[in-house]
Write a protein that binds this ligand. Structure first.
Ligand SMILES: [Zn+2]
Length: 443
């Protein structure tokens, strides 16, 4: 097609996207067990119907987990090869639900009053549909492309990616070939730090998970004769010291642009050390991106009311700022615990380099956002949680976390919570911004 933007019937596209998201939500991919194959089959059928036949399935079950149906897939729309590929990344699994707290059946995909309800409505089946629609529009309008566009639907993100991104990295590293990846990890907020001003986070990095286990050992005994070598009491003292530990507020280089932009637009004061400490002191989001955090998540000890246990364990979910050395942090934890009879064991560790914020893609994202939400800020950010982007960044590929929707705080809180939902208006906005981003980057 020669020159000029394609004429797109966005009402029809929105209606189609709404129906697709509702159908996608109805495929229950709660993880565990995941069973992402059903989602891959459904996606592949849509691509094939539209004439996108370059589809590949990657069965991560490998016969080891019979019937587990852990499946990954790609669908590729070829460009002329003059530029390297763009990957539109999503995960098809969702976190489980506590059905009794939901107002709507979580896997019904109900659409009422302009809202689509269900698990995955935000995280991240809506993005999966926006990515799908972007490819379908490009195909239907025969838009010329410089790059291959690869739709990549992965399994198991919500449980750490063993059967998804990490399996792909081990068995199909050739799939990690792209210049850019667009994935989850950031979205738009209607309000930021108490100011009503739309801002879209585009995450360029994320905090690194460091999962630790504290194991306290002591002398078992009869509960009627207390003694000072009680493993559970040792563990409680260790946990109390960890909780009381004040870790410094640090602005990592990846976040300078974020705080500078908020300052320039009068949302926050000049980001001096003192101002950021004040901010982190009463804002949990700010604290999460300005400090290494520790959450105590499980504890286990004892088996009988009148028996002093010989061992007690707890798990800590630590999240380190980009660039921090996990080994140095573990040494700090040991020093804080300060008890030779409490071992600190590493359960899982990962860290992620940052993607650059000065790229062609970042500029295109900013323009596409401003075309739709003129007054919006676009903020290069660091996400507090970790995503599949980490593996791409480790391979030197620029990966951005950018779901182009604009959420109220109460909507954002439904992610991994109850009554997850997205407005049809947001699905439309996201589909438009994402399509325009992809089209501009690839034409
Ligand atoms: Zn997610």
């Amino acid at each position: 097609m020669a020159g000029g933007p394609p004429r797109i019937d966005w009402d029809a596209i929105t209606e189609e996207a709404t129906q697709l998201l509702s159908d996608f939500i109805r495929i229950d991919t709660s993880n565990p067990p995941g069973r992402e194959k059903a989602a891959c089959d459904w996606l592949a059928a849509i691509f094939r119907r539209e004439g996108i036949d370059d589809i590949a399935f990657y069965d991560a079950s490998d016969g080891r987990e019979h019937g587990a149906e852990r499946m990954n897939m790609t669908a590729t729309l070829s460009g002329d090869g003059s530029k390297p590929p763009l990957i539109l990344l999503n995960h098809t699994d969702v976190v489980p639900v506590e059905r009794q707290y939901w107002d709507f059946e979580p896997f019904s995909g109900a659409v009422t009053d302009g809202v689509i309800h269900g698990r995955g409505a935000i995280d991240m089946k809506s993005m999966g549909v926006m990515e799908l629609m972007a490819m379908l529009i490009i195909k239907r309008h025969r838009l010329r492309q410089t790059r291959d566009i690869v739709y990549m639907a992965l399994a198991d993100e919500e449980a750490g990616g063993t059967w998804g991104i990490e399996w792909v990295e081990r068995h199909h590293p050739e799939l990690l070939d792209a210049e850019y990846v667009i994935n989850e990890g950031g979205w738009g907020n209607a309000e930021i730090f108490g100011t009503r001003r739309p801002s879209f986070s585009c995450s360029i990095s994320e905090k690194g998970p460091l999962w630790l286990r504290l194991v306290a050992e002591g002398r078992p005994g009869h509960g009627s004769v207390p003694h000072p070598d009680n493993a559970l009491e040792r563990l409680v003292r260790a946990l109390a010291r960890v909780q009381a530990w004040a870790r410094p507020v640090t602005v990592v280089p990846e976040l300078r642009g974020y705080f500078d932009r908020l300052y320039r637009h009068n949302i926050l004061p000049e980001p001096t050390q003192g101002a950021l400490e004040t901010l982190a002191a009463d804002n949990l989001i700010a604290k999460a991106i300005l400090t290494n955090t520790v959450s105590t998540t499980t504890a286990r000890a004892g088996f009988k009311h009148n028996v002093i246990p010989g061992v007690a364990e707890a798990t800590l979910d630590c999240r380190l700022l980009p660039g921090q050395d996990p080994d140095a942090f573990i040494e700090q934890v040991r020093a804080i615990v300060d008890d030779p009879k409490v071992r600190v064991e590493t359960v899982y560790v990962s860290n992620t380099p940052a993607s650059p914020a000065q790229t062609e893609l970042f500029g295109i994202i900013e323009d596409a956002v401003h075309d739709h939400v003129e007054e919006a800020l676009v903020l290069p950010s660091v996400s507090a949680g970790f995503t599949d982007s980490r593996v791409f960044r480790q391979h030197g590929i620029t990966a951005y976390g950018f779901i182009p929707i604009l959420l109220e705080q109460e909507e954002a809180m439904t992610v991994h919570g109850h009554n997850e939902r997205i407005s049809v208006e947001n699905l439309r906005l996201g589909t438009q911004i994402l399509f325009e981003t992809v089209h501009r980057l690839c034409s």
